[in-house]
Write a protein that binds this ligand. Structure first.
Ligand code: BGC
Length: 864
């Protein structure tokens, strides 16, 4: 029999306040082999589910599908429902009903909101910073029992809210980040236990957040506006059937004289523990022109806690070392003199002398001439704290720092490190991967990659949580498939895909960073639409659909993707470059080469001059155009748009032929850059198998000549080892992974890295997940786990004499799959686990192949 477990509604556990019509998913447990049918039933309450007072029944549906099962009843605002499912197996035997789970709809109609947007009673100067706003309303709940209460809340800024003095919910930096010009997302909280008959107090503190805080490499501030505002609606259902609705309006009192004197996403906070809000004035009603919607996403919450060691550095500073580089907040207790000023500065490293530094994140001079004047100086990741004279306790509220080290200034002596904690903050996605192997370095690299995921998934995927804190599309697209193995990205990326297309430019490009704002990155518009970055608008929905099977990711964005493809196509064949004839001699193929646009290219290829980024990138851009068009063909086919598919396929093959004409000459590619072999092989540019084989063999030789040092930058690093393995050069791939000399993955591990570095030498950000994309090879080749169709895996581990053992288990969208191997006296023993209801094709290194159904298996391969 089979039973459904891990039941989710719109990819979330028991979500509250969603505004997507629900769809369901589950995994299975039990000893039968296959799901052949399912049956769902749904009711307004658990009791009604038990009594059979149902609001929807699917009936028995013949299907092996365990994901994206649409709810057959249209749900209205505020409706809560419970559902359960039972599964029929290969013998048509029905298993037990699953445990029931619930979901609740949010406010679906504009008219559901009676709350008004409110702001502080002051008129902000353009691009100025102000203390956090404090709002308060005292309201009375009539006599009687509160049966249920919900608070719906959002802001242009970041809010914390309190009922009866207690913090509501655990969302850090609510409401998260979106393109505020277009939409804001609200949270829904169950506050039933936080309100009761009699007088109640509702407080809100409003900080700058992404809306008014500094953003991007150069710290542009107020990119979405100068005036922060908040919207909240509290609905209290009483036992007698009446509902009391309390809303934000000018009935709130306001002041900005509370303890948070300054707050900024990038600069940090100033806190004065002597300040208490007086609420001396009234809130002003304001307005918002964008869409107010539910986030339908996992919340951003607090996670691991770390206590530090205190070190005295050679320059005489007191520095806390938390032992782990992370994005998060700090909590501490301190007793100083009344009015005593203390300082904290957050950074990722110590310099060669052992002193605290932030030089890897920010240059001494923050206003060089190339930085536009709308960008502001940044004091960068610092906190100023004024003591009350008593024992003060503080936890950061309106910022997140990227740090392992904190330098203390003017701290009351002696400093007790036990009074500090660092708390990691990230989007609360399910953790899916367990990995171990006999190389400590490789095990640490996998851990470091997970820490860089944790450090860069804060409602959107960011490049780093220090210097830029920006959701760069290139980083996200090149890492997406690796990320799928580590965390459940389904809800997180569904939300971000919406952000991407919210921000699409009129000419069809999607911006390099989303949420986008013209001033956001401090970069000129001409860099926008870089190949490998803008393509994320096609590549991520395509990969998302393959991973999670949600066709809606393609349907909802198809029009946008078509416009993006047209934008990319429009960059072919421009001949205005006066040196074009020299670079690309004229031929009938030249019109298919992308000759315009700025492209970042490999980014951080070892030992290349940073100015190389300015050179034209015909090869990169043309390869990405062909590849994205091929994906568009598959997307169109999935959506049953045959004609579109044929057009994309025809154009893709011309672009590929043009690519080969110019970049894969007869006699083979002649380059000393690894990316120029890896890219055409990985993106399917080379049609002729012999030519492709020669390119792979030449790549293999190049890697060996370079002593297995990594030679690729962002775009090609994820493909490097997979391409070597696809052509049978497993040993080279292993040696490259295990190489410890610069540049290599283990070089940074041996330097004590606890996250993945942006550059191979660690001179810049030390928390960029991109180069951790090598973990995809570790899972798919070393451990041989790959999901090749819904509920089906290809298990093909590649063991190596260079290691004793390796093992991975992965909680895939269809259940936990595992594979590992161990060297013994005469060969290797492989162990495999296939989840209930799933199957796999096993391929062992000795050529043996077998179809597996659910269960645990062990195989031995003797060495020849
Ligand atoms: C970021 C990257 C990003 C890149 C564009 C950098 O400054 O940190 O991760 O993709 O710019 O090349």
């Amino acid at each position: 029999m089979l039973k459904a477990i891990c039941m989710k509604t719109i990819d979330l556990y028991q979500p509250l306040g969603i505004d997507l019509q629900p769809y369901f998913g589950w995994n299975l447990e039990g000893d039968s082999k296959r799901q052949t049918a399912y049956e769902i039933r749904m009711a307004f309450s658990k009791a009604e589910l038990d009594d059979g007072r149902l609001i929807w029944m699917s009936g028995k549906v013949i299907s092996s599908s365990m994901r994206n099962i649409p709810c057959g009843r249209r749900m209205d605002s505020r409706e809560r429902a419970w559902w359960q499912v039972r599964i029929y197996d290969e013998e048509d035997i029905a298993g037990p009903w699953s445990d029931p789970v619930s979901f609740e709809m949010g406010l679906l109609e504009k008219g559901d909101w009676t709350a008004k947007w409110i702001t502080g009673d002051y008129t902000p100067e353009v691009r100025q910073k102000y203390p956090a706003d404090e709002f308060r309303k005292i309201f009375t709940v009539p006599e009687g029992k509160v049966v249920s209460a919900r608070l719906y809340m959002t802001a242009c800024g970041c809010y914390e809210t309190f009922l009866g003095g207690k913090r509501v919910g655990d969302f850090v930096l609510a409401p998260g980040t979106t393109s505020y010009d277009v939409r804001v997302q609200y949270q829904t909280y169950d506050v039933t236990k936080m309100v009761s008959a009699g007088e109640n107090t509702w407080d809100i503190t409003l900080g700058d957040g992404w809306f008014r805080g500094k953003m991007g490499a150069f710290g542009a501030s107020c990119v979405y506006g100068d005036t922060t505002s908040v919207l909240g609606q509290l609905e209290i259902a009483m036992e007698d059937g009446t509902t009391l609705t309390v809303v934000t309006d000018d009935g709130f009192s306001w002041s900005n004289d509370g303890p948070v004197r300054f707050d900024d996403m990038k600069d940090g906070e100033d806190v004065d523990m002597n300040c208490e809000p007086s609420y001396y004035a009234k809130a002003k009603v304001s307005s918002y022109g964008g869409i107010v919607c539910a986030s339908n996403n996992v919340p951003v919450t607090e996670h691991e806690h770390f206590t530090p060691k205190l070190i005295l550095t050679p320059d005489g500073s007191q520095v806390l070392d938390f032992g782990q580089n992370l994005a998060g907040i700090i909590e501490f207790t301190v007793k100083g003199e009344k009015g005593q000023r203390l300082g904290l500065k957050f950074g990722e490293m110590l310099d060669e002398n052992g002193n605290f530094t932030v030089r890897n994140l920010i240059t001494e001079d923050t206003t060089p001439p190339h930085i536009p004047d709308y960008c502001d100086d940044t004091r960068f990741q610092s906190m100023n704290f004024i003591c009350s004279g008593g024992r003060d306790h503080y936890k950061s509220r309106f910022t997140v720092y990227g740090f392992q080290y904190v330098k203390l200034t003017d701290w009351p002596q002696p400093v007790d490190p036990a009074l500090f904690e660092a708390i990691a903050v990230y989007s609360d996605m399910d953790m899916l991967m367990e990995f171990s192997c006999s190389s400590e370095g490789v095990s640490r690299l996998v851990k470091n990659t997970l820490w860089s995921i944790k450090g860069n998934h804060l409602d959107v995927p960011t490049d780093c949580h220090t210097r830029e804190r920006s959701a760069w599309l290139g980083d996200a697209q090149l890492f997406f498939e690796t990320g799928c193995y580590f965390v459940d990205q389904a809800a997180f990326y569904r939300k971000w895909l919406r952000d991407i297309y919210d921000d699409q430019a009129p000419d069809g490009k999607v911006y390099n960073i989303v949420p986008h704002c013209a001033d956001h990155s401090g970069m000129n518009a001409y860099v926008e639409g870089s190949s490998g970055w803008t393509d994320a608008g096609i590549l991520i929905p395509y990969r998302y659909w393959k991973q999670y099977g949600e066709l809606s990711a393609l349907e909802n964005n198809y029009e946008g993707m078509q416009k993006l493809a047209s934008f990319m196509v429009s960059r072919m064949g421009d001949t205005s470059d006066p040196e074009l004839d020299e670079k690309l001699p004229d031929s009938p193929w030249r019109k298919y080469i992308v000759t315009t646009g700025f492209h970042f290219g490999e980014w951080n290829e070892p030992d290349t001059d940073i100015m190389a980024v300015m050179a034209p990138k015909y090869e990169v851009a043309t390869a990405y155009l062909a590849y994205s068009l091929s994906c568009m063909e598959k997307i169109a086919l999935a959506l049953d748009k045959q004609k579109d598919a044929e057009e994309y396929a025809a154009l893709a093959s011309k672009v590929k032929a043009a690519y080969c004409h110019y970049f894969v000459p007869e006699g083979g590619i002649k380059s000393d850059r690894m990316c120029e072999y890896v890219r055409p092989l990985a993106l399917g540019m080379i049609m002729d198998p012999d030519t492709a084989g020669k390119a792979a063999s030449d790549l293999n030789q190049l890697v060996i000549r370079r002593n297995y040092h990594v030679g690729t930058g962002f775009l090609s690093t994820p493909f490097l080892l997979p391409v070597l393995s696809q052509y049978g050069y497993h040993d080279t791939a292993y040696r490259m992974l295990l190489c410890e000399e610069y540049p290599s993955w283990l070089y940074e591990v041996n330097q004590g890295a606890t996250t993945v570095w942006e550059n191979w030498d660690g001179i810049a950000s030390r928390n960029h997940y991109s180069n951790g994309a090598v973990c995809q090879w570790i899972f798919e080749y070393m451990c041989g786990i790959r999901m090749d169709a819904p509920g089906h895996y290809r298990i093909a581990p590649i063991s190596s004499e260079l290691l004793e053992d390796a093992h991975a288990s992965y909680l895939s969208p269809y259940g936990k799959v595992s594979c590992g191997w161990k060297r013994d006296a005469d060969g290797f023993t492989y162990t495999v686990g296939i989840p209930a209801g799933c199957s796999a094709e096993l391929e062992l290194p000795d050529g043996r192949s077998e179809e597996l159904t659910a269960g645990s298996f062990s195989f031995h391969v003797s060495q020849a």
